[in-house]
Design a protein around this ligand. Structure first.
Ligand code: PMT
Length: 401
């Protein structure tokens, strides 16, 4: 799953100053075309008005268990039944305590109980001493026992001036958790090793040889695998992307460093995907001082880097599934088949880099998946959707073995 589009989110807001941040989250959800129904506790309405949440969600905001309006009267049951997921953010110490006891004394707590069997995600936000108090920690443990998903708060300066844990985290990480809750966990039990991004081959302290890889394709593979339940290790060249939530990230710079880390981490991997654009060559020597421009000409000798994918294919561990990528601008299928054989891979994913919306440094990709028993052409789509299709293919083949 690569989007919350069309999903129904029951969003509980409780009485914390962080309620204003929740308004931004509702806005993000609606922008993504999710359906959002907001329940506010009485205390929440003291921080942010109902009008703000109804304007942002485009829906009625629910506050009252005993409303006269017949639409509101059974809201605790209907909202819970219709929801795909329940998100309580910010969740105060008071609400956490009531949920831990299974109380049903207002619309939010009643709805959470009525959502039994659906994923419930709780984002605590409060003063750090309240958060660290044994009572709150015991209540959070109890919620975990009840299979509620607890999102750790961020640490930092709090609205009250104290420093410590208790801040509502960024939306991107919470969105990732919602996606994970609603994805099928068909990669559970798989340990996947993914490489992403470019490598940099230094010439001197200032300059290096590299390529246009942004890491987006490899990171999309890591995020989607994590959502689908895999244990993920990501070996990444230098990129400007946020590390995916819950993924072990190992940062490298050069092809030689990537080689070393891949070899050190490959033994436990059931699936290895080499989406990195590894430099084929590096300067044969590194100048420790900046190269001066006085000379009219400068020649650089390049030496070949070891081919990591070829080495993985040559010395593959038993049962390991290996996927290579190929960035090609012509003869896509022929080049893909040649690399499949030359590198002893199970699949090669060929990107068409002749198109501006596919390949390097864009959010979309158009790929052809090549294996011994055939070729699959995928349409142009987001890198996350492409990643999900690659995983579907990998899984299909793993299940056939
Ligand atoms: O990062 P993005 O901006 O999202 O762009 C994605 C991408 C275009 C970089 C990615 O989808 C991709 O195609 N990655 C592989 C690019 C590449 O290096 O292709 P290649 O044909 O040169 O290499 C073939 C395979 O051998 C690749 O799996 C590569 O990781 C591997 N290789 C290459 C050289 C080397 N020394 N060691 C390797 O392991």
């Amino acid at each position: 799953m690569d989007s919350l589009r069309g999903k129904k989110i029951l969003f509980g807001v409780t009485g914390s100053i962080a309620a204003f941040k929740a308004a931004g989250w509702v806005h993000s959800l609606v922008k993504e075309e999710a359906g959002v129904s907001v329940i506010m506790t009485w205390a929440a309405t003291r921080f942010v008005s109902e009008l703000t949440f109804s304007a942002l969600s485009g829906n009625t905001v629910y506050t009252d268990m005993f409303a006269d309006d017949p639409e509101q009267a059974m809201a605790h049951i209907t909202l819970a039944q219709e929801a795909d997921i329940v998100l309580v953010a910010p969740a105060t110490a008071h609400t956490i305590a009531r949920l831990a006891l299974g109380m049903a004394d207002d619309l939010l707590s009643t709805s959470v109980l009525a959502a039994s069997g659906k994923p419930v995600v709780i984002c605590p936000a409060m003063n750090s001493r309240m958060y660290e108090h044994k009572a709150t920690q015991d209540n959070l443990l109890r919620l975990k026992e009840l299979d509620y998903i607890i999102v750790e708060p961020d640490s930092g300066r709090l609205a009250c001036g104290d420093e410590g844990p208790g801040r509502l985290p960024d939306w991107a990480g919470v969105r990732e958790i919602l996606l994970e809750c609603m994805s099928s966990h068909d990669l559970e039990g798989q340990h996947v090793l993914i490489t992403a991004g470019p490598t940099r081959e230094p010439l001197d302290p200032v300059r290096y040889l590299s390529n246009r890889s942004s890491g987006k394709m490899g990171y999309a593979l890591a995020r989607t695998a994590k959502r689908r339940g895999a244990q993920v290790t990501l070996i990444s060249g230098p990129v400007c992307l946020e590390p995916p939530e819950g993924v072990k990230v190992i940062s490298v710079t050069t092809a030689e460093e990537m080689y070393k880390e891949v070899m050190q981490n490959r033994d436990n991997a059931s699936v290895i995907i080499k989406a990195a654009a590894v430099a084929d060559f590096r300067p044969d020597q590194y100048e420790f001082h900046k190269i001066k421009k006085q000379a009219a000409e400068l020649s650089v000798n390049l030496v070949k880097n070891d081919d990591i994918l070829a080495e993985l294919g040559r010395s593959r561990k038993e049962g390991q599934f290996i996927v290579g990528f190929a960035a090609e601008s012509r003869d896509l299928e022929e080049e893909g088949k040649r690399k499949l054989l030359a590198k002893n891979a199970d699949l090669v994913v060929v990107n068409d880099i002749s198109k501006t919306e596919s390949g390097f440094d864009v959010d979309t990709n158009q790929v052809t998946i090549i294996s011994q028993d055939g070729t699959i052409h995928l349409p142009l789509m987001s890198k996350e959707k492409t990643a999900d299709q690659i995983w579907d293919n990998v899984l299909f083949r793993l299940e056939m073995e």
